[in-house]
Write a protein that binds this ligand. Sequence first.
Ligand code: UDP
Length: 483
Amino acid sequence: MDLEIEEKPLKLYFIPYLAPGHMIPLCDIAIQFAARRHHVTIITTPFNAQILTKSLSFNQNLRLHTVSFPSQEVGLPDGVENLSAATNLDNLTKIYHATTLLRPPIQHFVEQHPPDCIVADFLFPWVDELANKLRITRLAFNGFSLFAICAIESVKANSHYDSASFLIHDLPHPISMNAAPPKKMHELLVTLFETVFKSNGIVVNNFVELDGEEYIKHYEKTTGHKAWHLGPASLIRKTDQEKAERGEESVVSVHECLSWLNSKRVNSVIYIGFGSLCHFPDKQLYEIACGIEASGYEFVWVVPEKKGKEYESEEEKEKWLPKGFEERNSEKGLIVRGWAPQVLILSHPAVGAFMTHCGWNSIVEAVSAGIPMITWPVHGEQFYNEKLITQVRGIGVEVGAGEWSNSGYGEREKLVSGESIEKALRRLMDGGDDAQEIRRRAREFGDKAKEAAQEGGSSYKNLTVLIDDLKRLRDCNLQASKC
Ligand code: UDP
């Protein structure tokens, strides 16, 4: 009888937040459970389900359940159900508000068909109450590195985050910060973490070797909470097609992308992308263009499409692109206007560096590909991620971003100049001793990432232990409910 229970597949619900940086990795983690023959249901809204249907290969172990998105209640047009679909700050706020209204339909579904475990994003903190009521194991997810969580907790404990630059001195390494987090954002994260710490554990899209045993021990000691490193999530995608079909539909085809990259030398191309939510003002894009051009390196540059415009007039374009830029750089560069197949691009041998906004997924995807980074954090926890990459692991150089924004939108007080960008690109691409050493370390972490995800690697083993633990908890809950 015990053996039968042991062998019974787990029934898991995943509730990803409606933003690519949360949804993509959590769904890739859900696939890992389904690949081990557990029954996985991803709960989302209709428009996000459409994206997922295209980007996940479904089998009998992996299903979607949709609940309707309250577009009318919050005054959003149909189909705008993901933070990446926002065209301005107002829409962004409305989508955020709409996600808080998803509780009743999700709760109803869970109550009707309770699973053994819920893995929910920390932006749905109400799942805590629901899981407790139903005696269901709950794992939290937020898409952060554990390093960033440790840093935020440390800043909370020391409350010295108002000054523009400060030292975090009680982590395993002293970390010097060159910008202060917006107070409201910091406080919101701290509050959300309080609910995370009440869960049965946090699932992390990272591998032990990159966060480091020392940070895992620090986390567990200071919070009393368990972290499960199951990443890099993107490594579940093996073929070019699987890598390209991650997230939204790409505006360049696999063929187009690969044939352009195949024509370039190994490590010669800089990939420049700022994730799914960052919209720089035209003035900043202009500086980026100047920096790239002055450096003379080859590049793939992802620029979010200006939504609602079918094409851009020359006049519009000149606001963000120096006159004649495209003609002068037609051989050297590829500008992707819209969604790019990022994981496919990063895994191509021609790509030698990544200028990134330090969104955690972007970082862990670059690390998995063994690619060094030029770091340019913008908002959220990205400034902490930068320090893990540059100060702790030495696999990137900083562009010198010093303005911690509230979101990816809006004007900036400080622009990063074309000269600073050019300088940072040269530092990493000039082939000097420093650059060689950074590249060597990045390659080493790339190997470690792949090992972690393989059978017998640290993340693979963690998943085995976690599954055993979840089965044990399921059986305990079952026994308790019989009493
Ligand atoms: N992404 C992509 N193509 C794009 C933009 C983003 O594939 O054009 C993916 C990227 O690979 C990553 C996610 O979207 O998996 C963005 O997450 P990240 O944490 O890097 O940044 P965020 O968008 O949350 O700021």
